[in-house]
Design a protein around this ligand. Structure first.
Ligand code: SF4
Ligand code: SF4
Length: 101
């Protein structure tokens, strides 16, 4: 469903925001973090680490919501997320989110 109006309280809404850190040499390329990220923040890089595995890279900068799921799922403790300043949603982003549901 598409809504044509932006919520009146949009300026009060804050979206949690995280910054991703990846230890590429510790990664074994299982892809769990990429597969299960709810915001599709990550993708597998075409590059290899020293062990010969593809590792994740950030595909969508600024979209991470600091849910820490990638960190919890990673079997090798190769990725983690740190909370940074929450941000306000863009009007387009609100409409896009409504369209998804
Ligand atoms: S913390 Fe959550 S939103 Fe951010 S990259 Fe990891 S799984 Fe995705
Ligand atoms: S979950 Fe961990 S080991 Fe698997 S691809 Fe992601 S960073 Fe690498």
């Amino acid at each position: 469903m598409t809504y044509w109006r932006v919520p009146l309280d949009i300026k009060k809404v804050k979206i949690p925001h995280g910054e991703i850190y990846i230890n590429i040499e510790q990664c074994k390329g299982c892809g769990f973090c990429v597969e299960y990220c709810p915001k599709d923040v990550l993708e597998m890089s075409s590059e290899f680490n020293r062990k010969g595995y593809h590792y994740p890279a950030v595909l969508k900068q600024g979209v991470c919501v600091n849910c820490n799921l990638c960190e919890v799922l990673c079997p090798d403790f190769a990725i983690f997320c740190l909370e940074v300043e929450p941000r306000s949603p863009e009007p387009d982003e609100v409409l896009e989110r409504k369209e998804e549901s």
